[in-house]
Design a binder for this molecule. Structure first.
Ligand SMILES: NC(=O)c1ccc[n+]([C@@H]2O[C@H](COP(=O)([O-])OP(=O)(O)OC[C@H]3O[C@@H](n4cnc5c(N)ncnc54)[C@H](OP(=O)(O)O)[C@@H]3O)[C@@H](O)[C@H]2O)c1
Length: 328
């Protein structure tokens, strides 16, 4: 079977290689899964570059989420599970950029066999992140405003979709005018382009009020610093990514005089401090919403594993129209 391995830290094209090995054999309590689809996320590139929250020992398997079918079971696992479709990424997993992988039975969450595999493959990371960002920092009430940078990202889109479910209003900042219409169509209550009129347009969008209870930030840099001016006194800013290459900085007016807090979020840590029962319940809810089409994000292209270099180049491209996935 073919898989992509990380052999050094650096640029994706130089740091990875396609390897061919025998199919992995499931031990007691394990299942072998044939992967159907697995996305490429910004965090994969961070891991490959060596700048992520941990560095795996090399060589290392790659790919942190996906969906697949059970093709073999080890001792102690009911053979009737063969054929089930399971979510990969419900608990930390590495190795979904692979034709097959072995997982523990406790991590094999069954999902809709008829659902769209590309959407199911993206359930493990970004929807759970959006859910935790909306539920675990501020006690939000229906009608509250949640502001976000990076609104056109997959995570930003899931934030809008989940916020709608909870009766929250979203103020969405995008970097490109052409993304603004798409985010408004998706149900973003206010959409503002991060251009030279950002501050004036933010005021206009909220009627001059500092009314966002929560600001979610995967981008960082000066846009976030400006956006923090519309967070209410004692409100919260959560940094969970740095797509601009800069950190999240709040001015003294926000931090000192208005009591705005700056917090951080990492899904890997969230999985450590959140009970397995709550995590399972959240993923069941997210899978249900995905099945109904309430949770979805656009896919720009899919690649076979042999074309992994082209897939990486496409995923690293700026201004994509959606996610890039491997299909097997
Ligand atoms: N901390 C966690 O646990 C966690 C979990 C999930 C995601 N994240 C982070 O959330 C972020 C988004 O992830 P995703 O998978 O949702 O992303 P994605 O769908 O791949 O989209 C990437 C987004 O980044 C924007 N972007 C790229 N370069 C930028 C730049 N230089 N300045 C401003 N915006 C830029 C793009 O803007 P355009 O739409 O204009 O192209 C796009 O909206 C990433 O930083 C990721 O690491 C963190």
């Amino acid at each position: 079977m073919k898989s992509i391995q990380l052999v050094a830290f650096g640029e994706p094209t130089a740091a990875t290689k396609l390897v061919e090995t025998a199919s992995p054999q499931p031990s007691t309590g394990q299942l072998r899964v044939a992967v159907e689809a697995a996305p490429i996320n910004p965090s994969d590139f961070l891991l490959i570059s060596g700048k992520y929250g941990y560095r795996p020992a090399l060589p290392s398997a790659l790919g942190a989420e996906g969906v697949g079918r059970v093709v073999a079971v080890g001792n102690g696992v009911d053979a009737s599970r063969v054929g089930e479709r399971v979510l990969l990424g419900f608990s930390p997993v590495r190795g979904t950029w692979s034709e097959e992988l072995v997982i523990d039975e406790k991590d094999a969450v069954t999902v809709d066999g008829d659902g769209d595999p590309t959407q199911l493959a993206m359930l493990g990371i970004n929807p759970a992140t959006a859910y935790a960002l909306l539920h675990d920092f501020v006690d939000l009430k229906p009608g509250d405003w949640v502001a976000q940078t990076g609104a056109n990202s997959a995570t930003g889109r899931y934030v809008i979709q989940l916020a709608k479910q909870a009766g929250l209003r979203t103020l969405n900042v995008v970097r490109r005018p052409e993304a603004a219409a798409a985010i408004a169509d998706l149900g973003g209550d206010a959409v503002v382009v991060a251009d030279e009129n950002l501050t004036a347009n933010l005021r206009k969008a909220l009627g001059g009020e500092r009314s966002a209870a929560l600001l979610l930030d995967p981008i960082g840099g000066p846009v976030t610093t400006k956006l923090a001016s519309i967070v209410r006194d004692n409100g919260t800013v959560v940094s969970f990514g740095g797509m601009s290459g800069e950190g999240t900085v709040l001015g003294p007016g926000e931090l000192i005089f208005r009591g705005v807090s700056l917090r951080g979020f990492w899904l890997n840590r969230w999985r450590d401090y959140t009970s397995p029962e709550r995590i399972a319940e959240i993923y069941r809810e997210l899978a249900g919403l995905s099945g109904k089409g309430v949770l979805a994000t656009p896919v720009e292209a899919s690649y076979g594993i042999d074309d992994f270099q082209a897939a990486f180049a496409h995923a690293a491209k700026s201004e994509r129209g959606g996610k890039i996935l491997f299909r097997f």
